[in-house]
Design a protein. Sequence first.
Length: 578
Amino acid sequence: MQRMKLDEILLQGKVLSPEQLAKAQKHAENTNSRLGESVVKLGFATEEAIAQAVSKMLGVPFASRENRILAPEKDQNLQNIIEERFARENILIPLFQEENSLAVALAEPENVMVLDNLKLMTGFEIQPFIATKSQIIKIIDEFYGSSGGLIDKVMQQEDKAAGAIEERDASDARLDLDKMVAEAKGEQVITLVNAILKQAISERCSDIHLERYDERVMLRFRIHGVLYERTPPTVGAFAAVVSRIKILTKLDIAERRLPQDGSFSLKVQNRNIDIRVSICPTVFGEKVVMRILDKGAVELNIDKIGFEPRQKEDFLKAAESPHGLIFLTGPTGSGKTTTLYTVLNTIKTPEMNFMTIEDPVEFKLEGINQVQVRSGIGLTFAAALRSFLRQDPDVILVGEVRDQETATTCLRAALTGHLVLSTLHTNSAIEAVVRLVDMGIEPFMLSSCLRMIAAQRLVRTLCPACKQPTQLDPVTLQMCIKESELDPAPDPSKLVFYKPRGCDKCAKTGYAGRVAIYEVYYVTQRLRDAIYKKSGDMAAMRAIAAEDGMWGLRASGWRKVLAGVTTAEEVLSITVGE
């Protein structure tokens, strides 16, 4: 293959005139984009015309859906030869393998660095093909997507019926509402939205992201905390899909300038699933995020959420106190609510009155009185708490302490004989003390009623069907043994570690769920004194907790690694703040 730059190819192939090339190069420089993208953007040539010119000038075969070459072989294990992330980053797709040769379709086969990297990474001689960027991206979505393929099947039917839905400019204010409603209620759009929801639920997705860009639509599923791309609706169908979601959520389909929030429920395989919807306007259209709340997928079993034996004992000891404060900290999406629900489900009895104030109420629990925050009518966390105190409660759960008024009301409830559980957004358990003092809580009052502070994160768990043994480098191994704080320390020669591989059961990710890692600080008398006297000195408070035998997130994570539950890389990435 000759080594030529794209500008030379476009000139010699007479795709562009010198004047057009100069304009395209200037546009590419000003917009920080690739030359080919600028040529297409300016309307000087199509993607296919550029690809065919490159094919002719370099002697590289042209691959497309139409000539049936852009179709990866499904029985050659190609997805394990070239990983999805590398394929997406470099816009390429493996096609087939023959003896020592691997055929790969690329958007830029003139990129010698990518070809060299492919050869080193795969061990094969690379036979390059050229294809258009848009077709390669679509094939990547289909080839590396879930084996379920519900969306792919619907999209294939949509391709056959192309043109059934007209594309509308997202900035067009003159909306034909009757036409929008008719499209949103059309069989094709209903089937597509149902397929997206069903496939997301089957893949145990927690969030669905649907977003529009200038020339494409992106659909992503968050699975075990990581976003994966799936086959998206077409640009023409995007507006109708968003309208369908708005109809399900009972939102205003004509409003596209302001954020909207809502929810709806559906039944899948005899499971009631709540879908929380957030719609936000962007420069290219509306971005939709759907949070899937599947109670059937959450087991509120305190023995299965990730507590180490000592942590479980301390947490339950605090939760069974007749009064006091318990705070659980961590970032959004770290599983704090699930942990608190599990603890409430463990300690609840008919003899006690349990009340919660949440925003939103994620799961409905039998035997517990749950209240939804409604700030628009004055039902805030603080207002609900004041009302709770007249409802003869024993245990109160406050979804989140966000301000001084709520913090003060929680403190008063704890001081007057109630057990109060709540959450804070801090990076560590000890930081909760500093945050509460900053909110105006007096250290002497906080120290007198605080029973426990804890923090948690979620780490991905290895797929038991395909995880494979591996070796840790000496530095990481030593770190694991030392920081796990096990007594006695384990014998390195007897330790077995694992890494992800990927199989059909875990959708090629190598992981099959998530588990929590915790730091749990039961407030001993020494720690209570430190909170009173040194509430601003986190290092001193953490040192006293360690002297009392408590350990942090990293130690909890290393114990999961030693048990073969997760990987060292996962723990190190999640606890990088430590």
